[in-house]
Ligand binder design. Structure first.
Ligand code: ADP
Ligand code: MG
Length: 881
């Protein structure tokens, strides 16, 4: 069938996947061969080497986890490889996802005999660029050549707006899936749906609760009865099979407890594993609803917290939100619904769950798919002589009862024809009385425009009639098209996070704000931080693109890095060279980065796909230890100062059980890459909250400091004989910006302004040659510590001549260069780099270089230290303005 719109929507879930289609005004969710509307996203390789998708695969995962995989969506866009033990077949997460998509395609084909080639596929709003790209590739592998990505919460909102027309309102989508949580504020206005705020955690899902049941209830109970040495998730080689069985049972028990009135449920595994003595172990456990609620509490509170933060980020109060839309399996838990409704703990927003939370995303994706026309570039290629074809432009689904339509008629690709005198007419035979547009004259090139008449609440089929200048009917394809008048219309897709480029000084240059309507494109002029020498193998200029709104670059997520290799450049690029960076985002939120370097007159474009590596368990443990230390001191300070904001942030850390949860994940991280990634996310969250708490505590000191420095700088600028009019202008600007930072309460900004003020003060003070002469003397006393003695001597001579000639500028330049050569300076630089270690791209190499640098510093080998510093800088990603 030649479809004019995409029509099919797929929710490719971490846990379950669904496919749906809009038939007229009704949404159909396709059932799989077993009759279920949702299919577990699980793949098993059977004994004949065939791949099996769905419930059977999920069950096999319990019995035979080496030959069946689940939850591979969590690894989308990473280099993770799945190896089926029996045959050694290796598959990537996207190949496994493609198997799920093929199964859904087959379900559609079985029902309708149609092999679909286009679909809208949903992704979590928090998916990063590599994950989105991998999803598109998965669709391609499954035969879906045309695939549009849509964010899950947007799809959910689309489903609700289709069911009930509402306008000028805000909704909050609470999408709690098996592996991810998304909160999205959706605005419905003037027939458009738009996400205007978003928050989420892509490591928070129903699965976390399953693991909590296993680790906090099942395993302790088991170990009380039986000797199972080193039993746990960290030891998958020995206990992987037993742990998988426990987890599946935990999930099933949890789901049973969602049924109304069930207070407890029995878990029974006849054969779990063998104990240390080789005896078979049976497992039984009575899971109480109250226990489940205790475990679920922190996770639900975390979702609530993300909702509140998301609202606060848009300066919205819960009272501004008309409904809270529940999406995802875990929202079927009665306890969750109670918590969300709770006036004290919850949000106080009316809950909405009319549309099944398990299929609502696929339903919304189907509605969206029906609004998206398939763009066929060769629309006029298939026309036979004497036939005509028409390309139409219209809105396939929307609220308009008089929808406009425009188009162009063609006699075939490359065929020139004058259409003067031809007419086109549209007929809607389904309404009473049947409606006709009347004959509309075509322009010489076959173009036309008119509006139609359609009935509300139904799918209107319009027939098209083309006539030549004599009035004779002509053969035309297509002969009809459909417009459904229902819902509020199409989704406008916006960016869920701000997007920018990370700089070497750990600042971010913002390219797009959160909420920017996409597709979008922007160029900014930056400068390179490092020199790049032509032909040096392994050396790169890096342009790291980061997602997030934190002003410290390393608190955001790197979504991709444009690498400009030294091998590819025609001549050297000195530090400080211009570099014009362009970021383009398409409708599926795929990002392309380009950099033009004027001195090379060349543009670079190959985006390196960042494969999020599995975090190292030892490093995670170390980070957690440091975070705990910080937490302790911050708590003491907050208690002493009784600072309400800091205390509130610390309470949040406690109520979401961030530390115990991180401890648990650190232990599990050793053998479980999934736990390692979850742990990393949680640590980021914990550290970021600690940053905010520290900022809150530091604020009064920072403001006092700012006022002091303002005064000192003012004095320097007003009294120094070396201050210029330009200095005074700069001071006035800095003074205004400092007050703004104080007024808006932005610690990072205030720190930067302080730096600016100090810089200006130093600049003015240093125009006085006195201090420079002192520094020169000091440097002369330390002649031995220079990394390049020959150059140093030349500079000393230059400085002496400058003193004789009273040439201040030359004196200053020589001293600055000498300072750079001096050992103290090098060591300080080295220390700074060591402190920035966490931001280096290759941790193993960073560790080796730091060890080498320490040794060089101890031996006062400045040449070696200079080399090490240079190499460390290369690991520090960034471009500087
Ligand atoms: P995903 O979007 O990740 O595919 P789903 O929306 O399909 O996730 O939800 C899957 C999650 O929902 C699983 O963690 C599953 O255990 C949980 N779940 C499904 N039904 C229920 C239920 N009735 N009560 C509680 N949790 C449920
Ligand atoms: Mg989902």
């Amino acid at each position: 069938m030649n479809r004019q719109t995409i029509d099919h929507g797929i929710d490719l879930g971490t846990t379950n996947s669904e496919v749906a289609r809009l038939n007229g005004t009704a949404i159909e969710v396709f059932r799989n061969a077993e009759g279920f509307e949702y299919t577990p996203s699980a793949v098993w390789e059977d004994k004949q080497g065939r791949l099996v998708v769905g419930r059977l695969a999920k069950e096999w995962h319990e019995r035979d986890p080496a030959n069946a995989f689940i939850e591979f969506k969590r690894h989308m866009g990473t280099s993770h490889q799945y190896t089926f033990a029996r045959t050694g077949r290796k598959m990537t997460p996207e190949e496994l996802s493609a198997e799920v998509l093929k199964a859904l395609r087959a379900d559609v084909e079985r029902r309708t005999a149609e092999a679909i080639t286009a679909a809208v596929v949903t992704v979590p709003a928090d998916f990063d660029l590599p994950a989105c790209e991998a999803t598109k590739r998965a669709a391609g592998l499954a035969g879906l050549q045309h695939c549009l990505l849509l964010q899950e919460p947007v799809a959910a909102a689309q489903a609700y707006s289709f069911e009930k027309e509402e306008d000028k309102t805000f909704w909050l989508v609470h999408d709690y899936g098996g592996g991810t949580f998304d909160a999205a504020i959706v605005q419905v206005r003037d027939g458009l749906i738009q996400v205007v705020g978003h928050g989420g955690d892509n490591q928070l899902g129903g699965k976390n609760l399953d693991w909590a049941i296993v680790e906090q209830l099942f395993i302790p109970a088991l170990l009380k009865q039986r000797a199972l040495s080193d039993f746990g998730r960290h030891n998958p080689a020995r206990w992987g099979g037993a742990i998988a069985k426990l987890k599946i049972q935990a999930e099933e028990a949890k789901i049973r407890l969602s049924a109304p009135g069930v207070e407890s449920t029995e878990v029974q595994i006849d054969f779990l594993c063998k104990d240390d003595r080789g005896e078979p172990v049976e497992f039984s456990f009575e899971l109480k609803r109250s226990e489940l609620q205790r475990l679920a509490g922190p996770f639900i509170r975390r979702t609530l917290h993300i909702c509140k933060e998301t609202l606060a980020g848009r300066r919205l109060a819960p009272g501004n939100i008309a409904k809270l839309i529940l999406v995802g399996g875990p929202t079927l838990m009665p306890f969750l619904r109670e918590q969300l409704k709770d006036p004290a703990e919850g949000l106080g927003i009316p809950l909405e769950f009319n549309v099944d939370p398990l299929t609502v995303v696929a339903r919304g994706a189907a509605v969206f798919a029906a609004t998206q026309r398939v763009h066929d570039e060769h629309w006029a290629a298939q026309v036979r002589p004497g036939q005509y074809t028409v390309k139409l432009d219209y809105t396939p689904v929307g609220p308009d009862t008089e929808p406009p339509v425009a188009g162009v008629v063609s006699a075939g690709e490359g065929v020139e024809q004058d259409f003067t005198g031809f007419t086109i007419e549209f007929i809607n035979p389904d309404i009473r009385p049947p409606w006709r547009s009347g004959k509309i004259g075509l322009g010489p090139k076959g173009n036309f425009m008119t509006s139609l008449s359609a009935e509300k609440g139904k799918a209107n089929t319009f027939q098209i009639e083309l006539r030549d200048p004599t009035g004779a009917l002509q053969e035309l394809s297509p002969t009809s098209f459909q417009i459904t008048v229902k819902g509020v219309g199409a989704v406008q897709i916006t960016l869920p996070h701000a997007l920018g480029v990370a700089l070497a000084n750990n600042e971010v240059v913002q390219f797009f704000d959160k909420g920017t309507v996409i597709p979008a494109r922007k160029r900014r002029d930056l400068h390179t931080a490092l020199a790049l020498q032509r032909g040096q193998s392994g050396q790169f200029l890096r342009v790291p693109v980061v997602e997030g709104n934190k002003s410290r670059a390393d608190r955001n997520r790197i979504v991709g890095t444009l690498l400009i290799p030294a091998e590819k450049i025609a001549r050297d690029v000195p530090a400080g060279s211009d570099i014009e960076v362009t970021i383009e985002i398409d409708q599926s939120r795929l990002i392309r980065t380009k950099a033009f370097i004027p001195i090379l007159e060349e543009e670079f474009e190959d985006v390196l796909k960042l494969e999020s590596a599995v975090p190292d368990a030892k490093q995670l443990a170390e980070r957690l230890r440091r975070a705990k230390d910080r937490l302790k001191t911050t708590r003491q300070k907050a208690d002493a100062a009784q600072d309400p904001r800091a205390l509130e942030l610390l309470r949040q850390i406690d109520s979401e059980c961030m530390v115990p949860e991180a401890e648990r994940l650190v232990t599990a991280a050793a053998g479980d890459s999934d736990a390692a990634r979850q742990c990393l996310n949680l640590l980021n969250s914990l550290e970021s909250t600690l940053d905010d708490a520290e900022d809150a505590l530091e604020w009064p000191t920072l403001v006092a400091e700012a006022e002091k420095v303002l005064e000192e700088t003012r004095r320097a600028v007003e009294t120094s004989q070396h201050a210029t009019a330009e200095d005074k202008r700069e001071f006035a600007a800095l003074e205004r910006e400092t007050h703004e930072a104080i007024e808006h309460h932005v610690p990072d900004l205030l720190r930067r302004r302080l730096e600016g003020l100090r810089g200006l003060r130093a600049e003015v003070a240093l125009r006085d040659p006195g201090p420079w002469l002192c520094v020169l003397d000091e440097l002369k006393a330390n002649r031995a510590a220079m990394s390049d003695p020959a150059l140093a001597e030349r500079l000393f001579a230059q400085a002496d001549r400058a003193v004789q000639n009273n040439d201040f500028a030359v004196l200053r330049a020589a001293v600055v260069q000498l300072l750079r050569l001096s050992g103290e300076r090098l060591k300080k630089q080295f220390d700074d780099l060591k402190a920035a270690r966490a931001r280096m791209t290759d941790q193993a190499r960073a560790a080796a270089l730091i060890a080498a640098g320490d040794q060089a510093a101890a031996q006062n080998n400045m040449a070696e230290l200079t080399r090490t510093i240079h190499q460390l800088k290369q690991l520090l990603s960034g471009v500087i303005v």
